[in-house]
Write a protein that binds this ligand. Sequence first.
Ligand code: ACO
Length: 428
Amino acid sequence: MSEIAKLELNGEIFEFPVIEGTENEKAIDISSLRTKTGYITMDPGFKNTGSCESSITYLDGEVGILRYRGYSIEQLAEKASFLEVAYLLIYGSLPTQIELTSFTNSITKHTLVAEDMKQFFEAYPAKAHPMGVLASMVCSLSTFYPESLDPNRSKEAKDLTILRLLGKLPTLAAWSHKNALRHPFMYPKNSLDYCSNFMHMMFAMPTEEYTVDPVISAALNKLLILHADHEQNCSTATVRVVGSSQSNLYSTISAGISALWGPLHGGANQEVIEMLEQIQNDGGDVDKWVLKAKDKNDTFRLMGFGHRVYKNFDPRANIIKKACDDILEKLNVNDPLLAIAKKLEKVALEDEYFKTRNLYPNVDFYSGIIYRALNIPTEMFTVMFAIGRLPGWISQWKEMTEGGEPIGRPRQIYTGATERDYVEISKR
Ligand code: ACO
């Protein structure tokens, strides 16, 4: 028999159904609460609020489990390609070889962006942050494909927009970097795989041959898979809310990119490296910075530490830490920041403050060190995250629109002034 939750309010008892997921997660369905009682719930930051049922990603923050469509992140990061994972997230099952080849070829056909868009890039100052450029460019894509403005037009139109986004995001990302350098844009090379093509557009020059090191594209493949989805985080929740107004997919993804940019979310990977550099330039005294992070009068936080849902360990951080050692060794890179990161992790993990608050390194604590080894500039780190997260955002948007979810619209408790009369300006 299914469980019932009872709420006693002013002597009256109200009953609410309990929803149970396939992994036995439970929720009290309060969708009828306001109608029945006149009350709403209050949960700033949605720490206890489920906004949807979803069959895409399962995570258990207490135990450190992360699975996409039932497959463990460990197996996917070890064995799959990023586009295979993208297909899995978006269409719900691992592709057959024929499906994967067709999906890959279709994405490859859409890697070019309209020539007119080059002028948009050129209008940005060289110091423009690439996340600002990327969010604007992705939204601008909607102006080139007016047929995409109705996101529910047809299945074919929806699939075409999805392929275009997957094909063009790496091009737009790499061009935002080239533009910052005022270097010529490199066109996509469709004979290359997804990750190698991105590196080609980032680092090749028209004047010389450039070959992508397979160690580098394999490292990038792993990083993108680790970032591909993470259920209802800040940017994904943004994507679902923006998409719920039936805004087109380009503008919806652009909103997700903007949400990701913040230092408490995807922007943390850039902040981690800047923090490690700051500690290095300050003489490398890790204890001093741990003390600062614990001081409630100091706004400094250990970036790359803590997570809203992982309260034991972040399984992605474990994979990344190991990958970081492997990749640096294979590329023969000796990064002094890695030594500082390891020392910082050790000191923090042994410290009562971090232990009692369950603060552990998250996925972005080590990802920046790998990106540095791949020569990706620090300002591009969050852009790399956005490329990885794109299939997750798309799958969550697709699930939300196809499930007919209502427009996202939270309520509030008003705490402002009660009604008062307008006062003429001369009397204020
Ligand atoms: N350094 C020092 N103290 C911290 C840190 C940190 N990195 N993170 C949390 N705390 C402390 C808080 O001050 C708070 O202490 P208190 O109980 O004494 O007030 C306690 O731990 C709980 O922290 P909250 O901010 O309430 O936790 P919340 O779940 O809201 O925030 C967040 C999670 C935003 C990730 C936070 O841990 C943080 O700011 N971390 C640093 C930024 C970061 O790495 N973000 C990336 C997250 S992963 C991702 O989005 C891909």
